[in-house]
Design a protein around this ligand. Structure first.
Ligand code: SF4
Length: 702
């Protein structure tokens, strides 16, 4: 494909980091990726950010797992393993021996304590086919639904609200539709850092006159392009959004025709909003009433408006309520289903949309079909050769680890997830992992979670495998192997199939295309999308209406996929964060990502360029807070919450307010989740990563 002589071949694939899903061309020489270029994918049109362009070399890092490992008899479980020197804790094994040990451990627990004693975490970094096989293994092999993945930690509350009120968990319009909008809201998201290529479209939109409204408790550089920046008080989203909707009702700015034709429960919504006058809410949310009124008029007056949101919205105990408000705001203004309109939760991981679609969640089978529905469950049972599994919703990520502490779950199969870093109150999570009778970890590195494993199965990285992924835009895209995996590492789908076989499930798949063909039998969303089309076209957006249709960027023009075809207004009341600041813990802690680092850092901290740009654990504090503490920018501070404390380098950052700390969660040496609050949103079961009461002290003993 390439015409240059500095590489042997060029392979088209998809960036393995964020949900934007940029298409890439991988330039390969001597079976090594030597550089990466953006190509003309539907989401990126040749653009890449720093992670996509420079963050590929982790796949060649010497820490890559290349042989199966089994824990040595008596070796203690804990964060005690050097990922480059594991020989004292683990011994090399053949694939046969490792798979036998994994199957014997998990199967033995099933046979002795019942299927419910084993749970699984799959991965949003694996392909659709791998996510599908993983959930099938837990459901068919263990007879229940205790299977989940990191969507529980990112957009589960958005999914809950979208399913409830719109009838579909995916975006109603691609982010590229912003080019047809005249007003857009970005709330609880920092796309320049977390969805950088999407942010380039947002900036272009403002250059051609589009009005951008940014709302976030933390300042950000996208605000430079905004007509309004609403830096509201942390946790005050619902009061602010209800106040904006109050104005739209009070001033009669809503779209009566749309509301009557396309929605239900308007009267209840209207009555509920009466209590939220901006003059009353301004003290709660910290935004002046005049600004709330101006923003309401701007959005309601738009010919075409879009709403984008991120984890600042979803990671609260009121995350579902936050999303309900955003859905209601769009519905009352008739801003769904037309060019330049829509609801778009910016999905985080490269395949979190696809993994959720594929059923890697405890309450839904593939395509969000309820496990509790006998007919739908029966369809999958028939597809899976008569497999029997429970009608009861399974446990979610944090509930599974709680169940380990309670002795109900004794074994786990974890593929590509790192709960020893990613879960809230991570000491509690690590204690759960240590307590397991049998833990099988399948990954590309010896992660913090693998430190607790009994068996480690070495997996292929994304650029080493075949399979499809689905981005935030509902675009199903083809990933292709550019280089072979190191040593004996294997593609995840192949490992799961072998483990399943040893647990008594002989599926007979020999290629992911066969898995995709089976998925199509149970997933209406994949209609008209075939493996061959994806190989040929690279990407197809679902829904695709005909075998030639590239897919529909905008959905729900005429009806919503709910009974009666109408979307619903669900009023949301103000709920305080779970843990409010007090005399002992007077400030607010919020956590998130940085441009250069991806999630728990397993990949990006092993990428030379990214690690060189952002090598050290850090937190951000307002300059006045640093002055008050007597700490210079670059000095060390101690952050303490009710769950633990860490020491970390402090940066001066005017984007955070003086009573707030921002802490990235990619650094194991200052693990943010030692501090975070595990309190859950009752609907999405997502933890409150975005709000914990914290104390900040100067470190004087260095
Ligand atoms: Fe990769 Fe996301 Fe950057 Fe695109 S925007 S190159 S998908 S990390």
């Amino acid at each position: 494909q390439g015409d240059s002589t500095d590489f042997d071949r060029a392979v088209k694939s998809v960036c393995p980091f964020c949900g934007v899903g940029c298409q890439v061309s991988l330039k390969v020489k001597d079976d090594k990726v030597i550089y990466v270029e953006g190509i003309d994918g539907p989401a990126n049109e040749g653009r890449l950010c720093v992670k996509g362009r420079f963050g590929f070399d982790y796949i060649h890092h010497p820490h890559r797992l290349s042989v199966p490992l089994i824990r040595r008899e008596g070796a203690e479980k804990g964060l005690n393993v050097d990922p480059g020197n594991w020989a004292e804790v683990f011994r090399e094994a053949t694939w046969d021996a490792a798979l036998e040990a994994a199957a014997k451990g998990l199967g033995g627990l099933r046979d002795t304590h019942g299927g419910r004693s084993v749970a699984g975490f799959g991965s949003a970094k694996c392909t659709n086919e791998e996510a599908y096989l993983f959930q099938r293994l837990i459901r068919e092999g263990f007879g229940h639904n205790n299977v989940d993945h990191c969507t529980r930690l990112c957009h589960a509350s958005s999914v809950a609200a979208l399913m409830e009120n719109v009838g579909s968990a995916a975006v109603t319009a691609t982010f590229n539709e912003i080019e047809n909008a005249d007003v857009a809201i970005v709330i609880g998201a920092n796309p320049i850092e977390n969805h950088p290529v999407a942010a380039t479209y947002f900036k272009q939109f403002t250059k051609r006159g589009g009005k951008l409204i940014v709302m976030d408790p933390r300042g950000q550089s996208l605000a430079r392009h905004a007509t309004h920046m609403l830096q509201f008080k942390p946790g005050a989203d619902v009061s602010m959004l209800n106040a904006i909707m109050h104005v739209i009702v009070e001033e009669g700015l809503f779209d009566t025709q749309y509301i009557h034709a396309m929605t239900e429960n308007w009267d209840a919504m209207r009555a509920h909003l009466a209590d939220f006058a901006p003059e009353k809410m301004q003290a709660i949310c910290g935004i002046p009433a005049d600004t709330l009124r101006a923003v309401a008029r701007e959005f309601a007056g738009a010919k075409a408006g879009m709403i984008f949101w991120g984890m600042g919205v979803s990671q609260h105990i009121h995350g579902t309520d936050n999303s309900r408000c955003l859905i209601s705001l769009a519905l009352m203004c008739g801003q769904v289903g037309r060019p330049g309109t829509g609801l778009h939760p910016l999905r985080g991981q490269n395949n979190v949309q696809g993994a959720s679609d594929a059923g890697l969640i405890p309450m839904f089978l593939p395509d969000y079909q309820s496990v509790a529905d006998d007919t739908l469950r029966g369809n999958f049972s028939a597809l899976w050769g008569g497999a029997e599994f429970s009608a009861e919703k399974g446990l979610t990520v944090t509930e599974i680890l709680d169940a380990v502490h309670e002795g109900q779950i004794r074994g786990m199969y974890i593929s590509g997830e790192n709960p020893a870093m990613s879960d809230p109150d991570v000491v509690h999570a690590r204690e759960a992992l240590a307590k397991l009778d049998h833990l099988v970890v399948q990954d590309i590195f010896l992660t913090e979670t693998a430190n607790y494993a009994d068996v480690i199965l070495p997996a292929a990285a994304f650029y080493e495998k075949s399979g499809t992924v689905t981005n935030t835009n509902r675009q199903v895209q083809m990933g292709r192997p550019a280089v072979p995996p190191p040593g004996q590492a294997r593609e995840d789908w192949a490992i799961t199939i072998e483990l399943a076989r040893r647990l008594g499930l002989d599926w007979g798949f020999t290629h992911p295309s066969q898995v995709f063909a089976e998925m199509k039998q149970g997933m209406a969303s994949l209609e008209n999308i075939t493996w061959e089309r994806l190989e040929r076209e690279g990407a197809v957006t679902y829904p695709s209406l005909t075998p030639d249709d590239p897919g529909q960027p905008i959905v729900f023009a005429d009806a919503f996929p709910r009974a009666g075809g109408r979307a619903k207004f669900t009023p949301a009341s103000v709920i305080a964060p779970d843990e409010l600041p007090d005399a002992d813990y007077p400030m607010v802690l919020t956590t998130g990502r940085q441009l250069e680092h991806w999630h728990t850092g397993a990949m990006t901290r092993r990428s030379k360029v990214l690690d060189a740009v952002e090598p050290e654990a850090n937190c951000s504090l307002h300059p006045s807070t640093l002055r008050h503490l007597g700490v210079e920018a670059g000095g060390m501070v101690r952050l303490s919450t009710r769950r633990g404390s860490i020491s970390v380098m402090a940066r001066a950052d005017r984007a955070v307010s003086p009573d707030m700390v921002f802490l990235p969660f990619a650094f194991v040496e200052a693990a943010a989740n030692i501090l975070t609050n595990p309190a859950l949103d009752p609907y999405g079961k997502i933890p409150e990563f975005k709000f914990a009461a914290v104390r900040v002290d100067a470190v004087t003993d260095t």
